[in-house]
Design a protein around this ligand. Sequence first.
Ligand code: NAD
Length: 329
Amino acid sequence: MKKILVCGAGGFIASHLVRRLKREGYWVRGADQKPPEFSPTAADDFQVLDLRHEQACRAALAAPGGGTFDEVYQLAADMGGMGFIHSAECEIMFNSGLINAHMTRCSAQAGVKRYFFSSSACVYRDMHKDEAELSEEQAYPALPDNEYGWEKLYAERMAMAFGRRYGMAVRLARFQNCYGPEGTWRGGREKAPAALCRKIAEAADGGSIEVWGDGTAMRAYTYIDDMIEGIIALIHSNLENGVNIGRQEYVSVDELAYLIAEIAGKKVRLKHVSGPVGVKARNFRAARMESIGWKSRLSLREGLSRTYPWIERQVLATRGGKSMVVCAG
Ligand code: NAD
């Protein structure tokens, strides 16, 4: 049976990934500094480890029966939405840098055959909203808008270097903004779709919510199920170097907020306030993923129609001082 290690398995994307890999029938170990928050892990074995340390990476990579993991998915990172990325640049570069340095080298030295790394659309420069979509090689000459993007770019290069020296097949996904049930929805690390769902769930019909910036920044969002299918397709492909995974459905922040309000069945007014916004636009091609048969299937409306009710349930469950967490249905 194939043995798989998923790092960051206490987090949003990797906990969904573990569930998907278990459905394939693989033996899966999850590793993270904390277990998943919203439902029990589906992994056969879950190790609570601080992966910034070499010994912790070696412990995670010690496969049962003394063998080697066939595949490692590295999704552990100190990360969050724009608010976090702008306020925690030192933590991001230091913590994620250490995790990636140790996990990449330890995996290569352990003889892992396939190594997946979750990079980000943040490796690209800022864009104007009407600019043509960027393809992967246009990450160079590099000019990421934030330190999170620079750390991802460096980690990509490090993984490729270790892959070359040790004969480890490295697959690098540049994720677009991903959303869905069981993603962080409060606490300062949440991303725009979850933050807006929460604000709208908390708002009265006819009330107002605060939106950072002037609401014109353009983004595209990818539903979690599409992202997971992309990860699986990419690791088993022969696509080398960075590969974009994302849906090409572009909306402004204001359009996103109004769409969520419509799904919630509420009328809300948007109050624009100053706050970290990030790049003006981020348009990228998914032609390489499409060349291996992947395509995003869920529209933004469909994805938000699955996400909003989950966040609304979290909001209702935590009202009145209750700290109960409701699992996704
Ligand atoms: P997440 O924060 O939900 O998951 C990351 C996990 O890493 C968390 O569970 C966290 O506890 C764990 N982690 C952090 N530091 C650790 C440490 N020292 N030791 C062990 N575990 C540690 O984030 P996510 O949204 O699931 O993102 C997963 C990956 O995808 C990350 O690498 C992220 O940068 C990348 N990514 C995500 C998005 C997105 O929109 N969610 C977009 C681009 C890239």
